[in-house]
Ligand binder design. Structure first.
Ligand code: TA6
Length: 284
């Protein structure tokens, strides 16, 4: 897929690349979408980022950790726009960094006035800690005078060796909604998840889950707090073919394991209430 090189360059966007004092841990996040795009331990990358991602104001970065907020996909009504909500295409405020011997933290918040109507009272903070684990904390406070509810997801793209050579355990027996066209409906997970075609599932489960990657010979654990759903997605060759910002064959080297609260599990906040969604990724 060819692309205007200017769109594929990060030069117009502000990003923050940090390293722990001992030099072992690295990470990068952009103000656009507060999108984390890299987390490394001794140079080994754990996040997937498309080589054809656009880096343009108002366009979601393809890979890393997009934030879906205040709705997921087309939302509970099925027609909300933009897809996955405005947070991932908004310039967040960078609230500073904190570097320690073995970690680096970046803090962001959404500018006041990002949302209108029912979401206008929501204040959103996002704290990203790159350490032996990648820890992401999305904190939402209802500062308005009306109760409101929202969906959210930390849409993490994890780098894998080959999607056909991974297995995800921890969701055995969990109920899920299958979003793949032609297969829509409620199912129950039988055994570990393996991949043989397009996969797009919303599990009613919090995990934890483990990804066994026999190509890269590593195991990765995802732990969540404050999440009622785990979304597992890979577009496969057929889905990736219609995505202009995914490089040839790169769909094979990613799996999205997302911490989420969507549909019936949307978060309801009374005035003054706060909810935090925490996502932790670690290599075992
Ligand atoms: O989280 C899975 C999903 O909702 C899929 O249905 C798929 O469309 C994906 O997100 C990516 O969405 P995007 O808008 O980034 O192309």
């Amino acid at each position: 897929m060819t692309q205007d090189p200017a769109q594929n360059s990060t030069q117009h966007l502000t990003s923050h690349t940090v390293t722990s004092r001992d030099g072992r841990i690295g990470g990068t996040a952009f103000d656009l979408g507060a999108a984390v795009t890299s987390w490394t331990i001794e140079g080994e990358e754990f996040l997937w980022l498309s080589s054809l991602s656009r880096y343009q104001p108002g366009v979601a970065i393809r890979g890393g950790v997009p934030i879906c907020f205040p709705w997921f996909g087309p939302g509970r009504t099925g027609d909300a726009s933009p897809k996955h909500g405005r947070a991932r295409i908004t310039e967040w405020i960078f609230d500073g960094e904190e570097i320690t011997e073995n970690s680096a933290t970046l803090r962001f918040s959404l500018p006041a006035g990002t949302f209108e109507g029912e979401y206008s009272g929501l204040a959103v903070r996002y704290d990203v800690t790159f350490g032996e684990a990648l820890e992401l904390k999305l904190t939402v406070t209802n500062e308005g005078s009306e109760a409101t509810s929202f969906e959210e997801a930390l849409h993490t793209y994890i780098r894998v060796g080959d999607i056909e050579n991974i297995a995800i355990s921890g969701l055995e027996g969990a109920k899920y909604f299958n979003k793949v066209a032609g297969e829509e409906g409620e199912y129950q997970q039988d055994g570990a998840i393996t991949f043989t075609g397009p996969t797009d599932r919303i599990y009613a489960a919090e995990g934890p889950v483990e990804i066994a990657d026999s190509t890269l010979e590593r195991r990765i654990k995802v732990e969540l707090e404050g999440a009622s759903n785990i979304v597992v997605w890979n577009p496969w060759e057929s889905g990736a073919a219609s995505m202009s910002d995914v490089g040839a064959g790169e769909w094979r080297t990613m799996v999205c394991v997302e911490g989420a609260n969507v549909l019936d599990s949307a978060i309801h906040l009374e005035p003054g209430e706060t909810h935090t969604l925490t996502y932790r990724l670690r290599a075992l």
